[in-house]
Design a protein around this ligand. Structure first.
Ligand SMILES: Nc1ncnc2c1ncn2[C@@H]1O[C@H](COP(=O)(O)OP(=O)(O)OP(=O)(O)O)[C@@H](O)[C@H]1O
Ligand SMILES: [Mg+2]
Length: 427
């Protein structure tokens, strides 16, 4: 299949030398059994290329299983990949097969291989070299005919130096490296890919894609695209949905270029050159501050709730309180964020009126003002859920970027999402 046919079949747009080289490499290695390491930033198309390798290989009639090593809890990676005997670990209630058994004859795509724990790396190297493996908790040797395509957005050589990645596995994986360059290094592909997606979303939403004026095109070309093609796709989709019918200028477009943070690259929303660079940086910083503020707020809401609960309990006489005649009142002129590292007592000021803890006045006061305030607060769980959903939406369900923005690990995010799903299921 020639290069163009491959592009057409897999929807890979672009004529830059970077993309042409990547496609040629795909064509060279697809029909071999060689392990391929796809390297590139987030959103450049690593999975798309892995898919193309599998589909162009003899293995195309068997499945390609995908495992994201960064999203699965560390302790479960080995049993996911190699299976486990009954009782091999807590919760292993029955014998289960792993990816290497299930993908026999096919391909396994190991996404984010740089996140794989060292113990799993040992097993992986063994199966790559000998085709042999055993389930967790068993010494029985099993064989599997699987081709591995791995992907990473990290520099694995650096990971090796830091002792986080095995050198022998690195050499085994890096025989063939398929480098997918970031969009900013193949600027000639930006507009064709943008138009490709505009066309696609135009059909999906039954809407005509707006045209871009010169300033808009210039902006797209100068923008740094930290989220690469995924980000470009989102912007194309938004223009189709939100700016339909009109000719789009740089000013119209600008707000949509602020939605993605650069993974691993710090605050990456920087225009290349031009006077707006500072603006863009400010925007990213602002967004990060908002996230941090939300996270802090989350902690504060909980502490506030605890304090109010203590006060309410005390006022009702069910919990001891040093001075029941005092109630939580903030300084009127306190424009600063309350410092919750101070003891809760230091926020308790003289009540503006006298009341008797035993009388009806108290309950009316509580039920009136304070309790209403308590009711208005979301539960910590709800607030967290909303925050996670908002962030996931903002990052187009990209868990890595979402986790990064929320300041938690991808595994923690994975677990929280699982908990949320289970809670949803249970309700
Ligand atoms: N050259 C291209 N032409 C058209 N669409 C592309 C191209 N490259 C990637 N895409 C599309 O961009 C999106 C992101 O690609 P993909 O998921 O393969 O990226 P990735 O490198 O695996 O990202 P991540 O590291 O975040 O997992 C997908 O919708 C994919 O189809
Ligand atoms: Mg991917």
């Amino acid at each position: 299949m020639d290069r163009q046919a491959v592009q057409k079949r897999f929807g890979i747009v672009g004529q830059s030398s970077g993309i042409r080289q990547a496609l040629d490499r795909v064509r060279q290695v697809a029909s071999t059994e060689i392990t391929v390491l796809v390297q590139g930033e987030s959103g450049v198309g690593k999975e798309l290329f892995a898919q193309a390798i599998h589909e162009l290989s003899q293995r195309r009639h068997k499945p390609m299983l995908i495992m994201n090593c960064g999203a699965i809890p560390e302790g479960l990676i080995e049993s996911e990949l190699f299976g486990a005997e009954k009782g091999a670990y807590t919760g292993a209630v029955e014998r289960r097969s792993g990816y290497f058994e299930e993908a026999d004859g096919g391909t396994i795509f190991l996404d984010e291989i740089g996140e794989m724990p060292l113990t799993a790396q040992v097993r992986l190297l063994r199966v790559l070299e000998t085709g042999e493996f055993n389930r967790v908790g068993s010494t029985n040797i099993l064989r599997s005919d699987v081709r591995v395509v791995a992907a990473t957005n990290k520099d694995l050589a650096t990971e090796v130096e830091a002792g986080r990645f095995r050198e022998d596995l690195y050499y085994r994986l890096s025989t063939v490296i398929l480098h997918v360059p970031p969009l900013r290094e193949r600027r000639e592909d930006i507009l064709p890919i943008f138009e490709h997606f505009q066309h696609r979303f135009g059909q999906r939403y039954n809407s005509s894609a707006p045209g871009l004026d010169l300033s808009a095109k210039e902006l797209l070309l100068r923008y740094r695209w930290p989220g690469n093609i995924r980000e470009l796709r989102n912007v194309a989709e938004q223009t189709v949905v939100l700016l339909r019918g009109s000719t789009v200028s740089a000013e119209d477009l600008r707000p949509y270029l602020r939605g993605v943070n650069s993974p691993g690259g710090g605050l990456g929303l920087v225009l290349l050159g031009g006077k707006s660079a500072a603006d863009e940086e400010g925007g990213a910083r602002e967004r990060e501050l908002i996230y941090r503020a939300l996270l802090e707020l989350r902690g504060e809401v909980k502490e506030l709730k605890d304090q109010i609960a203590t006060l309410v309990a005390a006022a009702r006489g069910s919990a001891p309180m040093q001075d029941p005649g005092r109630l939580l009142v903030m300084h009127e002129n306190d424009t600063h964020r309350p410092d919750f590292s101070r003891p809760a007592d230091s926020f308790i000021e003289d009540a503006p009126y006298e009341f008797d803890a035993e009388s009806d006045d108290v309950s009316s006061l509580i039920e009136g003002d304070v309790v209403e305030a308590v009711d208005a607060l979301p539960t910590l769980e709800d607030a967290e859920r909303d925050l996670i959903l908002t962030a996931l939406k903002r990052f187009d369900n990209n868990r890595r970027q979402t986790a990064e923005a929320l300041g938690i690990s991808e595994r923690t995010l994975y677990r929280k999402i699982k908990d949320m799903e289970e809670a949803e299921h249970a309700s």
